[in-house]
Design a protein. Structure first.
Length: 114
């Protein structure tokens, strides 16, 4: 693959971010919040921070599939935001934990089948 093709690919590949703030006061709310987090994990998301989950998507179309799944599973209470960014933008994320800089997570190595 040429460097031009690789550069173009970095704009085709997408990363989804799901940010959420769900109430957990009642037993029912806690159960719904736990179910939502489990659904994200089952759909291939990884926890980046406590209420921030990320997922690598091979294309914008693939990202749309996952966005639609999330929308169907959002609990009736709380706030959920979904953001899609390109692989190129994702590579520019600066992660700082304490005083040490961390590299952005890399794209999964396995082939994604859908």
């Amino acid at each position: 693959m040429s460097s031009h093709q690789l550069a173009a690919e970095s704009y085709r590949i997408m990363w989804l971010f799901v940010f959420f703030d769900l109430p957990v006061i009642s037993d029912r709310q806690r159960k719904r919040a736990t179910r939502f987090r489990k659904d994200l994990l089952d759909d291939g998301f990884s926890m980046m921070q406590f209420s921030v989950y990320i997922r690598h998507c091979a294309s914008k179309e693939n990202a749309t599939v996952h966005v639609n799944r999330i929308r169907k599973r959002i609990p009736p209470e709380g706030h959920v935001s979904i953001v899609a960014i390109t692989d190129k933008q994702f590579g520019n994320i600066l992660n700082v934990r304490g005083a040490a800089k961390e590299e952005s997570p890399s794209a999964p190595a396995q082939l994604e089948m859908f």
